[in-house]
Design a protein around this ligand. Sequence first.
Ligand SMILES: Cc1cc2nc3c(=O)[nH]c(=O)nc-3n(C[C@H](O)[C@H](O)[C@H](O)COP(=O)(O)OP(=O)(O)OC[C@H]3O[C@@H](n4cnc5c(N)ncnc54)[C@H](O)[C@@H]3O)c2cc1C
Length: 499
Amino acid sequence: MPTTPFRFLVSVLVALLALALLKSPEIYWKLSMDPVIVVGGGLSGLSAAHSVLEHGGKVVLLDKKPALGGNSVKASSGINGAGTESQTRLNISDSPQNFYDDTLKSAGSEHARPNLITALTSNSAPAIEWLINNFGVDLSLVSMLGGHSTPRTHRGTGGAPGWAITSALMKRLAAEEAKSEKRANILKSAKVVKLLQTGDKVTGVEYEDGQGQKVKLAGSVVIATGGFGADFSPAGLIATHRADLMQLPTVNGDHATGDGHVLVTSLPSRSGVLIDMNQVQVHPTGFIDPAQPDAKTKFLAAEALRGVGGLLLKNDGSRFVDEMEKRDLVTAKMWEVIQNGQGPVRLVLGVQAATELKSHCDFYLSKGLMKKFANLQELAESMEVSLTDLHATFTSHKSYASGQEKDPFGKTHFHNSDINIEEPFLVALITPVVHYTMGGVLVDEQAHVLDASGKPIPGLYASGEVIGGVHGKNRLGGSSLLEAVVFGRIAGEMAARSQ
Ligand SMILES: Cc1cc2nc3c(=O)[nH]c(=O)nc-3n(C[C@H](O)[C@H](O)[C@H](O)COP(=O)(O)OP(=O)(O)OC[C@H]3O[C@@H](n4cnc5c(N)ncnc54)[C@H](O)[C@@H]3O)c2cc1C
């Protein structure tokens, strides 16, 4: 047995070491054995990786593609936050509770998971402030998307918000990797093909590098591989869970093949489970490119186009829906129109609405996805409808907006409805598209992957679109980038603490 003074000395040394560890994550890192392995370099994986670093761990981020970004870089409308400084500056009154209520309503009572919705909504403002303050992302503009009771979808004055946010996190991670202490490591063209398990605990991954070599890595694992909205293989996840959508086009990148769903459910010992897999969001507004109308992969017409006042018109020039309704409802109405032979459906923006989303519209025009008409007369001629009938659509909409009459489709939120018919119009042909997969890996609010009995699988976390149940049967626009950041941050912290 050591003597009493010796014991005292050991206690002092242990206390000093503990203090040093708390003050210096680098010391913690140097002593820790394994990194946290983040699978997927979209917004969620990047958020998880930064969170690992913030909590003193080291991280290896792998992506199967030669470039990071996933679907996150495509996001075009924005990211939700309730109770943010940007909202306060714009005199928008909102709270996490309002956001919770809207999300619960949209999710539907059968599918809603209050613990996950609480995590999403209560962490929303901190997530926005984190992006602004830690990464310098501009999120100063706030707009209102379908299904929200108030404006809460944030974006900046520059280009697409998904690119602005995700590229800021990418650049910072690359800078971390370049530092001499090497706490971050990024592996591109590295496809994870297997999770390693010792007993119940997930202890690492096996990946295939660019040369087809199989390599093993040890560490706890965050799965952030995105959804399965591009998995149209004959025995794939869409065929298995929503065969009725196999013929639809998609706006997903070809990486979105549900790899994480398969990895998590193929563990040799205790496996994860998938929930709500038949809940696939079909977005009402994919662009039909006149140059290739049958292309399987399409560009998304951002929901923000309807938020700023875009109208949806049948081939006779009349409206058929509240454009600010939730996506599932707008899509259902579009199907009715198309099946009744009243298509194609057009998305039409007056000049004020188009100016509010100028950088988006300039991009769509440059790609030939939108067409500019000099005035309403020119548009009426192209649609082969009478100018009087088309004009009536806009005058009635204006009178609904002013409150003189009630909109027959129940619209209550109007924007840029005072349209001058002598000014230009921007117009696109649109079609429903596979957009987002609400179903996925079962997790708790701390991003632990759960087994069939609801118990966490040690060493395994998941975040972003790969997780299921956050949005129930319908995701609100702007809530997926938020889910990527909120659950990515949680997963990174939990994984770093578990090392
Ligand atoms: C066109 C479009 C517009 C959108 N607009 C919005 C919007 O405005 N607001 C909003 O909130 N949401 C929007 N969404 C949804 C949102 O962009 C995504 O749900 C979100 O970005 C998903 O982030 P993620 O990090 O989970 O996945 P992703 O960004 O898709 O990243 C997943 C990454 O994992 C990698 N990966 C996959 N499998 C493996 C493997 N086996 N090994 C290694 N790496 C792997 C992929 O290569 C990819 O880089 C939009 C989606 C699309 C398609």
